[in-house]
Write a protein that binds this ligand. Structure first.
Ligand code: F6P
Length: 255
């Protein structure tokens, strides 16, 4: 804490907390874009926060991405006195295997000694197939668990970077650009005002479901994400705890 005070991040936290309409803010020194270890510090801070809000039985719903992968790396074996099941928050969003929530929840379970479930849903299917897939008992079971999550952890990305990483088809790409999307979270692309301009259709947690979840951790850093994070803060549920870095915090305070 002493180091955090002298480096000024505590002051950044206090100022940001009073500016944003969310539950809490944690700021880590540095910039994740230029110093890769900062992402792991974000991960460690997130795991520490999760530890402090665990119930006896927990369902933790997790999104994909490299930041979530860093959170997974930060889990430690001292979670075994609580019951924890990690579940992917949503179905396929077009990510590579290493960035998929299915991969990340299995890592979290392995590191913490908890359990996990996977959610394999095809990405490009007709409405008809989609509707029958979600009636599949094994999928239904996981969907019910997701709805009962007491903790959600997610990343926030820059819209264009995310659309490209997911190899989004031209037509949708055009929609995202035309809508001036700046950020993406949970498969929702939004503009600077926080208005949703495109939504990836998949099962699992929807943005509106978040209001019922007691603990939500949004983990994202790096100045390239500042605009995205700023915009997401306009639609973030009040239960959100933002875990970010100094580079982002300074930009959010400026504008
Ligand atoms: O695709 C899953 C996801 O969580 C997105 O919702 C988010 O924008 C992105 O990953 C964040 O990825 P990264 O942490 O690699 O920037």
């Amino acid at each position: 804490e002493f180091m955090r005070e002298v480096t000024g991040v505590l002051e950044l936290e206090t100022k940001l907390k009073s500016q944003l309409n969310i539950k809490d803010v944690v700021v880590i020194s540095g910039d994740s874009d230029t110093s890769p270890w900062v992402k792991f510090e974000l991960g460690r801070a997130c795991v520490k926060r999760i530890k402090s809000c665990l119930a006896d039985r927990n369902v933790i719903a997790v999104m994909g991405g490299t930041t979530m992968a860093a959170v997974a790396e930060a889990f430690t074996p001292d979670f075994h006195d609580k019951e924890i099941v990690f579940v992917p928050a949503r179905g396929g969003l077009g990510e590579d295997v290493k960035n998929q929530a299915n991969t990340i929840v299995s890592k979290m379970a392995e590191k913490s000694g908890g359990k996990h479930r996977v959610l394999y849903v095809p990405e490009q299917v007709s409405q008809e197939i989609y509707e029958s897939v979600i009636e599949e008992p094994s999928i239904k079971e996981v969907l019910t668990m997701i709805q009962s999550a007491n903790i959600v952890i997610h990343g926030i990305g820059e819209a264009k970077a995310m659309a490209e990483r997911r190899r989004t088809e031209a037509e949708i790409m055009e929609k995202i650009t035309r809508g001036k999307a700046v950020g993406e979270a949970f498969g929702y692309y939004f503009n600077e005002e926080g208005k949703i301009v495109h939504k990836v259709r998949t099962i699992g947690l929807q943005l509106r479901d978040l209001n019922a979840i007691p603990h939500i951790f949004a983990v994202a850093g790096g100045k390239s994400k500042a605009k995205a994070i700023k915009a997401y803060m306009k639609i973030a549920p009040p239960n959100t705890v933002l875990i970010t870095d100094e580079a982002v915090a300074k930009r959010l305070l400026k504008g």
